[in-house]
Ligand binder design. Structure first.
Ligand code: ADP
Length: 195
């Protein structure tokens, strides 16, 4: 609601967001589109609690989460949000399993349940057969699907994507977009920045 974000660059003020309003419902898939420099990433980072806005409110299930303490925001981010970036940022010298285990470790998820949760998340993107593969041996499309599975592993309400298909070819772009649409049909909410 009425989100503004000013950046201070030397002596200049850049008004990256000038009162942005957006309302998204559970299970919706929304694309934030616009030319380069129009504030898309800024809006996404504000929604991901990665950058604090200059002013405005962020109501999530009715609560203004900008009023949360840093610790509460960290827990919120870990439990409720999943991030998928353009370069999928998997840890290279680790297996798919280890990559997906990390957010579960932060969430203090029961050790005995981790493999089950990881296989469920991988299954949602059709990748459970790759659970014990080295992440750097996956194809580009598989890597991005593993990154989506990592975003899903804590069963978040909201998935945020910053040009998640930006580095994929046409075929893998279609696969990843279908995957995200499928997640929206399953009740996850998806907000993407895209050209
Ligand atoms: P988009 O994602 O649509 O390309 P951005 O949100 O990245 O747009 O940027 C919006 C505006 O804010 C641009 O003018 C950009 O140069 C500026 N900007 C983004 N991040 C910073 C920053 N950390 N410091 C200063 N200016 C920034």
């Amino acid at each position: 609601k009425d989100l503004t974000k000013d950046y201070f660059d030397g002596g200049n003020v850049i008004h990256a967001l000038k009162g942005a309003n957006i309302s998204v419902t559970k299970g919706e898939m929304v694309a934030i589109m616009g030319p380069s420099g129009s504030g898309k990433s800024t809006l996404l980072y504000v929604l991901g609690l990665l950058h604090p806005p200059t002013s405005g409110a962020y109501l999530f299930k009715g609560k203004n989460i900008l009023n949360y303490s840093r610790e509460e925001q960290a827990v919120f981010r870990n439990r409720e949000l999943g991030f998928v970036f353009q370069s999928c940022d998997l840890l290279p010298n680790s297996t798919v399993f280890e990559n997906l285990e990390l957010p579960l470790v932060y969430a203090e998820s029961d050790r005995g349940l981790r493999r089950k949760k990881i296989l469920e998340a991988l299954d949602r993107v059709g990748l459970s057969h790759r659970v014990d593969h080295w992440s750097n041996r996956l194809s580009g499309g598989e890597r991005q699907r593993a990154a989506i599975a990592r975003a899903l592993v804590n069963n978040p309400s909201l998935i945020l994507g910053d040009e998640p298909t930006g580095q994929l070819d046409q075929k893998n772009t279609e696969i990843v977009v279908h995957q995200l649409q499928d997640l929206a049909r399953q009740g996850f909410t998806v907000i993407l920045v895209t050209h």
